[in-house]
Design a protein around this ligand. Structure first.
Ligand SMILES: Cc1cc2nc3c(=O)[nH]c(=O)nc-3n(C[C@H](O)[C@H](O)[C@H](O)COP(=O)(O)OP(=O)(O)OC[C@H]3O[C@@H](n4cnc5c(N)ncnc54)[C@H](O)[C@@H]3O)c2cc1C
Length: 277
């Protein structure tokens, strides 16, 4: 049960949603954008966060868009993970989406909610980091487009009241060789012990990680070391571990030593399979 009362608002446009957020904020209602609601309800039930007004954004038309034109794939932030899988415009994103949670939860969880949420795995962001995607973000001054690399640093760096509206991925990435492997401690669903997504472009393999540190990441240093083909693969992988950007997690999902072992094995499999040896 949720122990606090909250108003429910359902604006019809992006600008209404942003204006409503400011209004409710000024009234001291600690508003939250509400997409799939899975995290809001979970953390609310646990008493880990409070809001007195939610703004349901997922039916605003721009949030529901999933389409491709000649050059770009466009994903609305309100598209659910199962919709991403079903439409399958971008197979690597479909694969990452299909591994989060169980089917029932994925019917609710949205792309935007997964990327903007507080629970730190955010696995749907990995393909977006690998493809240098663009993000449309709305705020009081209008909508701006940013490179994901300018906005995503451990988490999406949004100002209070800003809203992720859409994600743009260049269409050329949809046809490239990829792999995404998720290792869990047990069972077929649940948060990752380690997830690595990889994409091969112009002879180079890009890699992004979730479950390794307390945030998802892609690292230029790691990719440089791993793609240095003059060095034997095992040595490259060992060297790459030095560039993991924060302490490796050591928690109920697995110890840091075990995670290191899994990372090495997954990187070996990925580089062997994608022809990066
Ligand atoms: C059983 C279960 C298992 C899960 N397993 C995994 C897993 O293995 N891997 C994984 O990565 N995730 C997993 N998740 C998903 C994750 O932990 C979050 O619950 C989920 O991603 C939140 O998405 P949502 O659409 O429900 O967001 P909501 O709960 O609606 O919102 C989450 C937060 O993001 C904000 N927000 C939402 N959309 C936007 C937007 N467009 N712009 C700005 N802010 C926004 C909200 O205000 C809120 O603060 C799991 C979830 C469940 C329920």
């Amino acid at each position: 049960m949720i122990s606090f009362d909250f108003e429910y608002h359902k604006p019809g446009t992006v600008s209404e949603a942003v204006a409503l957020f400011q209004e409710l904020e000024n009234q001291g209602k600690q508003p939250r954008y509400y997409a799939g609601g899975t995290e809001i309800l979970t953390l609310g039930r646990l008493g880990l966060f409070v809001t007195h007004a939610v703004i349901d954004i997922k039916n605003i038309p721009e949030f529901q868009q999933t389409e491709a034109n000649e050059d770009w794939m466009i994903f609305g932030a309100g598209v659910t993970l199962t919709e991403l899988e079903d439409k399958n415009l971008f197979p690597l994103l479909s694969k990452s989406a299909s591994e989060a949670a169980d089917h029932t939860a994925r019917n609710k969880i949205t792309l935007g909610g997964n990327i903007c949420g507080h629970i730190f795995y955010r696995e749907a962001v990995l393909p977006l980091l690998l493809t240098d995607s663009q993000l449309a973000v709305a705020g009081p001054a209008g909508t701006n487009i940013y490179s994901i690399h300018d906005l995503f640093n451990r988490r999406l760096q949004l100002e209070n009241g800003e809203l992720l509206v859409q994600v743009f991925v260049e269409k050329k990435y949809a046809a490239l060789p990829y792999m995404s492997i998720k290792e869990r401690q047990q069972w077929d669903t649940g948060y990752p012990l380690v997830t690595i997504a990889a994409l091969k472009t112009e002879g180079t393999i890009r890699v992004a990680f979730s479950g390794v540190c307390s945030f998802p990441f892609r690292s230029a240093e790691i990719e440089e070391v791993l793609n240095h083909k003059e060095t034997p693969l095992e040595a490259r992988i060992q060297n790459a571990l030095d560039y993991i950007p924060a302490p490796i997690l050591n928690d109920g999902e697995g110890s840091n030593r075990y995670r290191k072992f899994v990372i090495k094995n997954l990187l070996f499999d990925i580089f062997t399979e994608l022809g990066g040896t």
